[in-house]
Design a protein around this ligand. Structure first.
Ligand code: FES
Length: 158
């Protein structure tokens, strides 16, 4: 399906590009704007970002595949990123990850049937001092235990 930025997002891109010496240096914020609009980074999104920033689609793809924050396939309304790296693991992240998988009945990279949740097991998100943690879209939830995870999931399920 063809992808074109909205007028509003084209203005945001114009502002983002002004912050960099060359257009293509704005690829990360522009991809973020694209993801907000489309929900994920499809081939069509990559083509459009490349066109807007006058760069090769392969170079845009390289950025998309390198960073975990860009969704390479459709995500749920709430994208859950569960960190299972060392600090989180030592404080029970694997139990939390398994609990989320069981509760939502999905595995890594999957989306629930109602498209409400998607799940991703991730590496350190820089919140080790308050491990274990989960990110729900842009929001971090920290110092978690199973009970707190249940409260978060229930609050999102309303
Ligand atoms: S190890 Fe989980 S946030 Fe750093």
């Amino acid at each position: 399906m063809e992808f074109k930025f909205t007028e509003e997002n084209l203005k945001k891109i114009e502002e983002a590009v002004k912050k960099y010496p060359v257009k293509k240096a704005a690829v990360m914020p522009v991809l973020y704007i694209a993801q907000e609009q489309n929900g994920w980074i499809s081939q069509e999104v990559i083509k459009e970002v490349a066109s807007v920033l006058e760069m090769h689609a392969e170079d845009v793809l390289g950025v998309v595949t390198f960073y975990t924050m860009y969704h390479k396939k459709p995500a749920g309304k709430y994208h859950l990123q569960v960190c299972t790296n060392v600090s989180c693991m030592l404080r029970g992240a694997n139990k939390i990850y398994d609990h989320v998988k069981d509760k939502l009945k999905i595995s890594n990279g999957e989306v629930t049937d109602d498209n409400l949740f998607s799940l991703e097991e991730v590496e350190c998100m820089g919140s080790c001092g308050t491990a274990p943690m989960i990110a729900v879209n842009e929001d971090f939830f920290e110092n978690l235990d199973i009970q707190k995870v249940d409260q978060i999931l229930e609050s999102l399920n309303k």
